[in-house]
Design a protein around this ligand. Structure first.
Ligand SMILES: Nc1ncnc2c1ncn2[C@@H]1O[C@H](COP(=O)(O)OP(=O)(O)OP(=O)(O)O)[C@@H](O)[C@H]1O
Length: 783
């Protein structure tokens, strides 16, 4: 078995073009190449913009070209930092450089730089002492900006290793450097140090639902983003047309991850939160957990259907004035019209013309009977019918009996009326019904978004002109959709019966139905504006938090069921969230979804994870904590204090000093966040940001556990852990999240008894750090 050994730049000798100077020259050549490509794209963009287009199709073509060049320039700018990060030397003498994008020699088309996603770059991530994959040496270039500072070598073939090199089975110098670096408030890509279990997920089959379960810090978010970059590379055709969406828990989180895809040369994915999923509505409101929980229940599907039915009225009798007459719509007449309209199985607004036709017919008959039917010829009857359809009184009656409704109107009317709520929610208790009541002017909440979407499905559009245009487009779309489905199911021979295929869940005509051509907009823009957009792939992060109603909405946006779902059922804090993945997917794909796990925690040092593991055991004894990739040598501590607002500023000051330029987060129960923020601000000159919408670059942030979800900081001070536990139904999960946000240091302030689960913390009399922090830092290292 080959051993794996590691040396730094001075020691290696046995390969061609091998000195630090050689590497610097090579990388400088790569940058010259990128600069040339960027200049060419800029010149072409300038030429395109000068071009005056005389007709709409020429304009669309020009705009499309301009967008393409702009994207190319953005892509090349995005990958500038650490463009090339590795090199492989193979048994047959071949050398491959691996980087963020692929570059080829203009003259002979040979590869200068291998895109990290290319199959030939894969050994860079997978080769190890046991499975060498033909690799003799893996070299990691240490880059700062455009400069190669140094490199680290791993020799997978012992014969190739210089005699003085130390042997080690886990040579992860670059990984450890990345893990111990100060956090900047922006997530970084991990492209240079992706680990084997992560690589498997990143490159997994695009088809079907892939669930990635992993504890805190196991790289779920990082892996999900790199997977999107990989899929955009490997399935460019499909995703360029249908787009990829990444759903995250909140806007702060989206800002935190926003730089990762551009740094991987990809700008095309749509990043959004649940609040963004209903075009035209900005769901900025918030509401108590128990209200959100009711709105998230699967039973709201029936509630929304009831709410629509309730608007299709059949009063005992409805009188309509028409040209001096009183016409009578009896319950029998309206009920009959209603039944006929409902029997069409069309959505409410689209079924309305059938109802209207029946009512007009009934009224026409009454008018004719009043005049005397035998006195009238067909043209007279037609005239009566026409007059009735133009009568404001008739219109008013029809509006009352079967109104045209928008989703917003339906939901606002429902929330505003105890009677409507009662009619729509026969299965809710009175107290729950009361929770749904709200001021019609209150802003929409994320919990309303899937209900609006459900309502839109039930109501349908009343836009016949648009439909006519769509019908003309349909044939072209059908042809396109057949193509998409072929791509989705690419090789018939390779189809695995267990893996859900696109054609299992949608046929071409349905997919074609979803396709719409809105002229030239980027795919992300078109997708964001279109409620019925069918994405090529959807990635859901912090997926454990989503309610059944949100899943229902997402499944509509993913008719091919091509999804990557990442989350941790131990971190669920939303009462509508899930603690069992099977429950989520059973209604949509039965058991045809794949589960994969990440097991190594790259964020939280072992000392902190030992504390958090006790909390995890209290959440569910069956869950296994992830293994930490490193220790820090820093002992997590707790201190009993008299008043949080007095003690926290001092503790924050000490932590800020301890982490030097790093970030400190104070995580507290929601009601303490603002008082603590104010107290800390009063006692420091550093930038302090408080609550949601935080600016992530600040040195000190104060937030609650839910706002901290998915984020990480150099030092975390948890204030009032018992308060966090008691604050919500899933308070222990919130505490688990809070404890695992740190990359280095953890302190806990408590007033009363410490929750029993935190017994491993080391008590202190003071909030000042104990050992010298320089010593702490020096101690930090690989396990
Ligand atoms: N292979 C890797 N190389 C370098 N850093 C990594 C690697 N994998 C993960 N990390 C780092 O570990 C940290 C945690 O990753 P990430 O936020 O993706 O974890 P997570 O599983 O989503 O965590 P949580 O569920 O707690 O939010 C990040 O700083 C990420 O960059």
């Amino acid at each position: 078995m080959a051993l794996l050994s590691r040396v730094s730049s001075e020691a290696s000798t046995a390969f061609a073009n091998d000195t630090l100077e050689d590497e610097r020259r090579y990388v400088a050549m790569l940058y010259r190449n990128v600069d040339t490509l960027r200049d060419v794209a800029a010149q072409r963009l300038a030429r395109t913009q000068l071009h005056s287009a005389s007709n709409p199709s020429a304009r669309a073509e020009r705009d499309a070209s301009a967008t393409m060049y702009r994207e190319r320039i953005r892509q090349l700018e995005g990958v500038d930092e650490r463009l090339c990060f590795g090199r492989l030397d193979l048994d047959d003498g071949e050398t491959r450089y691996v980087g963020r994008v692929g570059l080829v020699d203009e003259e002979d088309q040979s590869s200068l730089l291998m895109d990290w996603r290319a199959p030939a770059a894969r050994p860079y991530y997978l080769a190890n002492a046991i499975t060498r994959e033909g690799v003799r040496r893996r070299r990691q270039l240490q880059m700062k900006g455009r400069t190669v500072l140094d490199y680290d070598d791993e020799f997978l073939d012992v014969d190739a290793a210089p005699a003085d090199s130390a042997t080690s089975l886990t040579n992860e110098a670059a990984l450890m450097a990345a893990l111990t670096a100060d956090r900047t408030g922006q997530m970084r890509d991990i492209v240079a140090t992706i680990q084997g279990e992560q690589d498997e997920i990143i490159r997994a089959d695009i088809n079907g639902v892939l669930v990635v379960q992993g504890g805190p810090g196991t790289g779920k978010t990082a892996v999900a983003l790199h997977r999107v970059a990989y899929l955009l590379y490997a399935h460019r055709d499909r995703l360029e047309k249908r787009g990829a969406m990444i759903l995250g828990p909140n806007a702060t989180f989206l800002r935190y991850i926003s730089q990762v895809l551009p740094s991987l040369g990809e700008t095309g994915a749509l990043l959004c939160t649940v609040g963004d999923l209903y075009p035209g509505v900005v769901a900025t409101g918030s509401e108590p957990d128990d209200v959100a929980e009711i709105k998230g229940r699967a039973s709201m599907v029936q509630v929304m259907a009831n709410a629509v039915y309730d608007r299709q009225e059949t009063p005992p009798v409805k009188e309509v004035r028409f040209e001096g007459d009183r016409l009578r719509l009896t319950q029998k007449i309206t009920a009959n019209a209603k039944r006929l309209a409902r029997d069409t199985l069309r959505p409410h607004n689209e079924a309305r013309p059938y109802f209207v036709r029946e009512i007009i017919e009934a009224l026409t008959n009454q008018v004719a009977a009043n005049i005397g039917r035998n006195l009238l010829v067909d043209d007279d009857i037609e005239q009566i019918r026409f007059d009735l359809t133009r009568s404001p009184e008739v219109h008013q009656a029809l509006r009352e009996l079967w109104p045209i409704l928008t989703p917003e109107q339906l939901l606002a009317d429902l929330y505003a009326s105890p009677e409507r709520i009662e009619a729509a929610t026969p299965d809710l208790a009175a107290a729950e019904r009361e929770l749904l009541l709200r001021d019609p002017k209150a802003p929409w909440t994320p919990g309303d978004v899937p209900l609006l979407d459900e309502a839109a499905e039930l109501l349908g559009w009343d836009d016949r002109a648009e439909r006519a245009r769509e019908a003309a487009q349909w044939d072209a779309d059908l042809e396109y959709a057949q193509g998409v489905l072929q791509i989705l199911n690419y090789d018939e021979d390779e189809i695995d019966e267990e893996v859900l295929q696109a054609t299992d869940v949608i046929d071409a005509s349905t997919l074609a139905d979803r396709h719409d051509d809105d002229g030239y907009l980027s795919v992300s823009e078109r997708a964001a504006a279109d409620r019925t957009w069918a994405f090529g792939h959807i990635v859901v992060d912090e997926a454990q938090e989503l309610s059944p109603m949100v899943w229902r909405l997402l499944m509509r946006r993913s008719p091919s069921r091509s999804m990557t779902v990442v989350g941790d059922v131990a971190q669920t804090s939303d009462p509508s969230g899930t603690t069992t993945w099977g429950d989520v997917f059973a209604p949509y794909v039965a058991d045809r979804w794949r589960l994969t796990e990440l097991t190594v925690n790259y964020r939280t040092p072992a000392e902190v994870m030992a504390v958090a593991a006790d909390v995890l055991a209290a959440i569910s004894p069956g869950l296994t904590p992830p293994r930490s990739a490193r220790t820090s040598g820093i002992t997590p501590w707790c201190a009993r204090v008299d008043a949080y607002v007095d003690a926290a500023p001092e503790a924050v000051h000490a932590e800020t000093t301890a982490v030097g330029g790093g970030q400190v987060a104070v995580i507290a129960p929601t009601e303490l966040v603002h008082p603590l923020g104010a107290a800390i601000r009063d006692r420091t000159t550093a930038e302090v940001v408080v609550g949601d919408g935080i600016s992530l670059g600040a040195g000190i942030v104060v937030l609650d556990a839910r706002q901290a979800k998915g984020l990480e900081f150099d030092s975390v001070l948890v204030v009032d852990p018992a308060g966090i536990v008691n604050e919500s139904r899933r308070g222990l999960s919130d505490l688990y999240v809070a404890l695992t946000r740190t990359t280095k240091r953890l302190g806990v302030l408590h007033r009363g008894d410490l929750p029993a689960e935190l017994r491993r913390l080391s008590p202190r009399d003071t909030t000042q750090p104990t050992a010298a922090t320089e010593h702490d830092r020096a101690d930090e290292g690989a396990r």
